[in-house]
Ligand binder design. Structure first.
Ligand SMILES: [Ca+2]
Ligand SMILES: [Ca+2]
Length: 487
């Protein structure tokens, strides 16, 4: 598009001029007020009873402190200006979460913080934004935006997924914004710098792992009212009474994760997380896991909880069903169990949706990709009946791996006699030199879990040597999962 034909350019120029004038005015006012502070709310000067309101403008023009009598409002407040940004208001906290209103009385000396929004409509302001194929960021790219990535995403993967704006560069730093990051963690920052080096844009990283229980089918022993049902414990909400409640005295909640998953963490939101008194927080509970809904193993036992939010970490176990038994529902004699949320997390499957290849397929749809899609339904398997059946996965980068979970024929609903009988797993860092790490000769199970001492690997290869328990020659792998030690 030609320079002169850009729509709204004239208007942008005028806006920019007004901004420059505003900034100059603000600087003059700031200089004046710095010499003669505005004693808002009192006419007798800075007596010892005056409170001081300081302003942190976060890169905008300076605003001088003001003095206010306790309980009074600030009568006249200066607005700062900042090139290429519009002022979004004052906040009580540097994280900009609690907004200040002009009607708020001032009850103690404090600092107010300015919030800014990048005004990308201004042609003079080219914002150093980014787009990313991992996580979600707004198209405009505003300062202090959050980018959420799933656990298991590496620093190198995120870097490869980011495309900064034209002529801009970016780097990922630790939370201080200065030290370069070595691996991804919540609170780290992506800072995008334009060629001119003036208006940097910061994105804050949140690392999240998916809640395996979210909106999964859930059942309970009973409810206090019909709306306080099992689904409320897995809906990712702790507001508007979104809880499961039961006062049977033998209260339990059971969740079906849909298929067997690796599980290593439970987070429960009790009464106080939903705004109720902390004395209603669950006192004692235990958590059980099962692959079939019949045989249960107790993995968590808590007898003395007082908190509104509990986090129970365990060594990773394979589980399809999760059962929460509330043994003492409150801190008092009140008998109602109140569970606002039961969240279930697992370690990241390093093979999920990674490039996969195989020697052959039985039919065109039963490709290698089906073995790394996280699904076991609708015939989602890789199938091969050649004499040399292999599946290979590229993790993308060299990672530490220490566990392989394979879902065989019966997990996909086929006869257990088609479960893989014998297989080997090999690993490689370069795809050329291979090391055998697992060799199984007599499996009958529909799910196999093979743990090894952690090794570095980028490529994982599964050789199916005896595909079934019978003479049937087809290998059927519904899912091949790879896990590593938690860093
Ligand atoms: Ca809820
Ligand atoms: Ca699958």
């Amino acid at each position: 598009m030609m320079e002169g034909s850009r729509p709204g350019e004239g208007q942008n120029r005028i806006t920019a001029k007004i901004r420059v004038c505003l900034m100059a005015l603000a600087i003059i006012v700031s200089l004046m007020t710095a010499g003669a502070p505005a004693f808002a709310g009192t006419d007798d000067g800075s007596t010892p009873r005056d409170l001081v309101v300081n302003y942190e403008t976060n890169g905008g023009s300076t605003v001088a402190p003001q003095f206010v009598l306790p309980g009074n409002r600030i009568l006249f407040q200066f607005m700062p200006v900042k090139m290429c940004y519009s002022f979004e208001g004052w906040y009580y906290d540097s994280a900009l979460t609690q907004s200040y209103k002009a009607s708020d009385p001032i009850v103690k000396s404090l600092t107010l913080y300015a919030k800014w929004k990048a005004s990308s409509s201004d042609a003079q302001c080219t914002f150093p934004t980014l787009t990313s194929t991992i996580g979600t960021v707004s198209a405009g790219g505003t300062d202090n935006e959050t980018i959420t990535v799933e656990s298991g995403v590496t620093l190198a993967e995120l870097k490869a997924a980011i495309k900064p704006a034209a002529n801009a560069t970016f780097e990922i730093y630790q939370a201080d914004g200065i030290t370069k990051a070595a691996k991804l963690e919540t609170g780290m920052k992506i800072i995008v710098t334009p060629q001119a080096g003036t208006t940097k844009v910061t994105y804050t990283i949140t690392v999240s792992s998916p809640n395996l229980a979210l909106n999964r089918p859930a059942t309970v022993d009973s409810t206090c009212t019909t709306s306080q049902n099992a689904a409320k414990a897995v809906d990712d909400s702790a507001t508007n009474d979104s809880k499961w409640c039961s006062k049977s005295g033998k209260s339990w909640l059971q969740i079906d994760l849909g298929s067997v998953k690796q599980v290593n963490q439970f987070i429960i939101k009790h009464a106080a997380e939903g705004g109720e008194t902390a004395s209603y927080n669950t006192r004692a509970y235990h958590i059980q896991v099962s692959n079939d809904g019949k045989n249960w193993a107790t993995v968590v036992k808590v007898t003395n909880n007082t908190k509104g939010l509990t986090t129970d970490n365990i060594a990773a176990v394979a589980a399809r069903y999760i059962k929460l038994n509330v043994t003492k529902p409150t801190q008092t004699t009140n008998l109602a169990a109140r569970i606002y949320e039961l969240q279930v997390f697992g370690p990241p499957n390093l093979a999920l949706n990674k490039p996969a290849t195989a020697d052959s397929t039985c039919i065109a749809s039963q490709t290698a990709v089906k073995a790394v899609d996280g699904n076991v339904i609708n015939d989602s398997k890789w199938c091969s009946k050649s004499s040399n059946r292999w599946l290979q996965i590229d993790l993308g980068f060299v990672k530490q791996v220490d566990q392989f979970v394979i879902k065989h024929a019966a997990e996909g609903g086929e006869t257990a006699s088609y479960n893989t009988k014998a297989y080997q797993i090999l690993v490689s860092t370069d795809g050329v030199k291979w090391k055998s790490v697992v060799s199984v000769t007599d499996n009958t199970s529909s799910i196999t879990v093979d743990k090894i001492t952690a090794v570095p690997a980028r490529y994982i290869k599964l050789n199916v040597t005896t595909p079934t328990q019978t003479k049937n020659a087809a290998a059927r792998i519904y899912d091949f999962e790879v896990y590593g030690p938690l860093e």
